[in-house]
Design a protein around this ligand. Structure first.
Ligand code: PMP
Ligand code: GLN
Length: 386
């Protein structure tokens, strides 16, 4: 074999995702997994039954249509109208994907040329860096800094260059829990219009904004034609293994993203698409209860982490809490997370892996609270022993 590395240079250094590493550590040590964000209780039984019925009655067992089944595209459009007053044509402005993950990948591969710059909030969700790299583009971080993690929009303005092609927005934001406020979104939108930039917005936690609500940037003046909005069923309906996601955007953008998407998976999750179409039509009480439950769990975990000595940054959204470990006399989040299972049987995620500015991320550690109360209480009891 030649000495040339097997992994191509764009992917060099990306290694195994932190979620896979930490979930494997939780399994091998029997620890409580507050690392990878997946609920330990499945979503609504009637939605699970809808998926089973679809399999048993032969709906979606063969390749579904490339853009997604019409029932789901219609349900996505209705959901966007119901919650945000946005009108999308289900035939030309909605695309079903294999989770938000594929939507992000397809958007980057479709919309970027080698040499383009993408400005994204740092810490970045891990697949952003990988997908920007696979597209041959360059990521330009706008660092969100503790304690508020609010973006500095003067800094954003200063980061825009003639090579900037796209702003990659994520609200509610993983891992900090930041929810962009209406004025921040308005300024981001204004900059996008002024500099003729595309915006890709990852809104998978759209129903987990605990105060002030979630505001889609696509609704702002001048944004409809330049925004690719991405969401998915995983977090909203507690079925993260189904991997049903979607894009809403103007026809030319959907068409570009679909061109890439059709050569990634072509299609996926046929029967689950029928079930998610039903889930999106659940009454408001479903979404309100999900949010209220997770808000309560947030407070339970935040209080426990505070009592255990962590510096706690209470999130406005998502199901993650970012903490500072320096009050515990610790400095290095990666080392801390690797030793935590042996020290007290809990797994967490070191935020540093989501940063280019590793100094900004080094002491930060993320815990998820999408777990049963008893599990959170046991985790907190264990963490008190630190
Ligand atoms: N974006 C963010 C910010 C996430 O936290 C996740 C994890 N759910 C995803 C995208 C991926 O979503 P999916 O599981 O639907 O691919
Ligand atoms: N989105 C989940 C998290 O942030 C993990 C998804 C994954 O494992 N890729 O924890």
């Amino acid at each position: 074999m030649s000495a040339r590395p097997l992994l191509n240079r764009r992917l060099a250094g990306l290694g195994t995702t932190i979620f896979a590493e930490m979930s494997a550590l939780a399994t091998s040590t029997g620890s409580i997994n507050l690392g990878q964000g997946f609920p330990d209780t499945d979503g609504p039984a009637e939605i699970a039954r809808a998926a089973a019925d679809a399999v048993l009655t032969g709906r979606g067992n063969q390749y579904p249509p490339g853009p997604g089944i019409p029932e789901l595209r219609q349900a996505v459009a209705e959901h966007q109208q119901r919650f945000y007053g946005l009108d999308w044509d289900p035939d030309t402005e909605v695309l079903v994907t294999a989770g938000a993950t594929e939507a992000i990948a397809a958007a980057m591969l479709a919309l970027l040329e080698p040499g383009d710059e993408v400005i994204a909030f740092e810490p970045f969700y891990d697949s952003y860096a990988a997908c920007i790299a696979m597209a041959g583009a360059t990521r330009v971080p706008l660092t969100l800094r503790a304690p508020s993690f609010r973006p500095d929009l003067d800094e954003l303005r200063a980061l825009i260059t003639p090579r900037t092609r796209l702003l990659l927005v994520n609200t509610p934001h993983n891992p900090t829990g930041l929810v962009l406020h209406a004025e921040e979104l308005a300024e981001i939108a204004r900059l996008a219009v002024e500099h003729d930039l595309l915006v890709v917005t990852d809104e998978v936690y759209e129903h987990l904004a605990f105060s002030g609500g979630h505001h889609p940037i696509a609704a702002l003046p001048g944004m409809r034609e330049r925004t690719v909005s991405i969401s998915s069923a995983g977090k909203t309906f507690s079925f993260t293994g189904w991997k049903v996601g979607w894009v809403t955007a103007a026809p030319a953008l959907v068409s570009a993203v679909r061109t890439a998407k059709q050569y990634l998976t072509y299609v996926s999750a046929g029967p689950f698409q029928y079930a998610v179409a039903e889930a999106l039509r659940l009454p408001d009480s479903y979404f309100d209860t999900l949010r209220a439950d997770l808000r309560r769990k947030r407070d339970l975990l935040a209080d426990g982490l505070t009592a255990a000595g962590f510096g706690v940054f209470t999130p406005e959204g998502t199901y993650f809490i970012t903490t500072d470990i320096t009050p515990l006399g610790e400095k290095d989040g990666l080392e801390f997370c690797r030793s935590l299972p042996a020290r007290c049987g809990v797994v967490a995620i070191p935020n540093v892996v989501f940063y280019d500015d590793t100094e900004a991320g080094r002491p930060l550690v993320r815990f998820t609270f999408c777990k049963q109360d008893a599990v959170l209480e046991e985790a907190v009891a264990r963490l008190q022993r630190l």
